[in-house]
Design a protein around this ligand. Structure first.
Ligand code: LHQ
Length: 259
């Protein structure tokens, strides 16, 4: 299915959402953000979708807000963020399925924030990362001020945000901003392999794992233990748990169905 500014394709449990404004480095317009949000919303209750991949068409991942679209007019930044970016970022975090950023090229501003909001980042060796906000006199948004210091610490986050360097994929890897870097020639195959591996996993347990990590990021140990026990009660009643233990007994690989 094609929406125009975001291409959407489901294949073998993997929903790929491709930001599709390559001539503008996939800079985000209102329709692009709306279509991305629709794609994420649709993924929530669609059993056929077990992992979501967000990537970009052409040479960029996403150059952040389309500056042409806002140039010369005084918009309400607050209303704009609340209506668009914040919805997308919140949806990625609350979606109980793995969301993978396949960072094929440059990720700047809110495009960088978008990548950081995903559960995993795999980058092409040609990818780069530019905070960009301070270059145009803005503050980090779309979750950047939340996710970046959690990955690199306050001081490094502050340095990156106020100096706004263009980080290579390797530099991003060294900083812990991406989990994997793959040569450009092997990138698509590596994304497919990782997404395929996740799509064949116990989807419910993955979703609950996501919930556990987020909730327990600010919990006491006692709260974390109680929450884990509650989530395990749910996971332990899934078909995939039954299949997992059966496969262990039978000394074979499990055939998880995501239920
Ligand atoms: C673009 C863009 C772009 C339009 C490249 N827009 N055309 C939220 C709420 C409300 C308002 C404001 O912001 C936000 C959050 C944000 O995201 S703020 C940050 C916005 N993004 C930026 O400031 C990044 C601006 N772009 C760049 O710094 C560079 O283009 C990067 C580092 C992304 C890539 O550099 P290059 O690889 O050297 O490519 P380029 O600069 O030559 O760009 C190629 C084309 O893409 C070019 O158009 P042209 O017609 O000359 O070929 C650019 O104008 C266009 N483009 N980013 N955000």
């Amino acid at each position: 299915m094609t929406h125009g500014e975001v291409l959407s394709k489901v294949d073998a449990g993997v929903l790929t959402l491709t930001l599709n404004r390559p001539d503008a480095l996939n800079a985000a317009t209102d329709p692009l953000l709306e279509q991305l949000l629709q794609g994420l919303r649709g993924a929530e209750h669609e059993a056929k979708v077990r992992v979501i991949v967000i990537t970009g068409a052409g040479r960029a991942f996403c150059a952040g807000q389309d500056l042409q679209a806002v140039q010369g007019r005084q918009i309400s930044f607050k209303a704009h963020l609340e209506k668009t970016y914040n919805q997308v970022i919140s949806r990625i975090r609350s979606l109980e399925k793995p969301v993978l950023a396949a960072v094929n090229g440059v990720a700047a501003g809110a495009g960088f924030s978008l990548a950081l909001a995903c559960d995993l980042r795999i980058a092409s060796s040609e990818a780069s990362f530019v905070p960009a906000f301070s270059k145009i006199g803005l503050v980090p948004d779309s979750g950047m001020s939340y996710h970046l210091p959690r990955l690199v610490g306050y001081q490094k986050a502050f340095e990156l945000l106020v100096t706004s360097p263009r980080l290579s994929a390797e530099e991003a890897l060294a900083l812990g901003l991406v989990e994997r870097v793959v040569g450009a020639g092997e990138f698509q195959a590596a994304v497919q392999a990782l997404a395929g591996q996740l799509a064949a996993g116990p989807t419910k347990a993955f979703g609950l794992t996501k919930r556990a990590l987020q909730r327990n990021a600010t919990a006491t140990l006692a709260e974390a233990l109680a929450y884990e026990a509650m989530l395990q009660e749910i996971a332990g009643r899934t078909e995939d748990y039954k299949e997992g233990t059966r496969a262990f007994r039978e000394k074979r690989a499990p055939d998880f169905k995501g239920r």
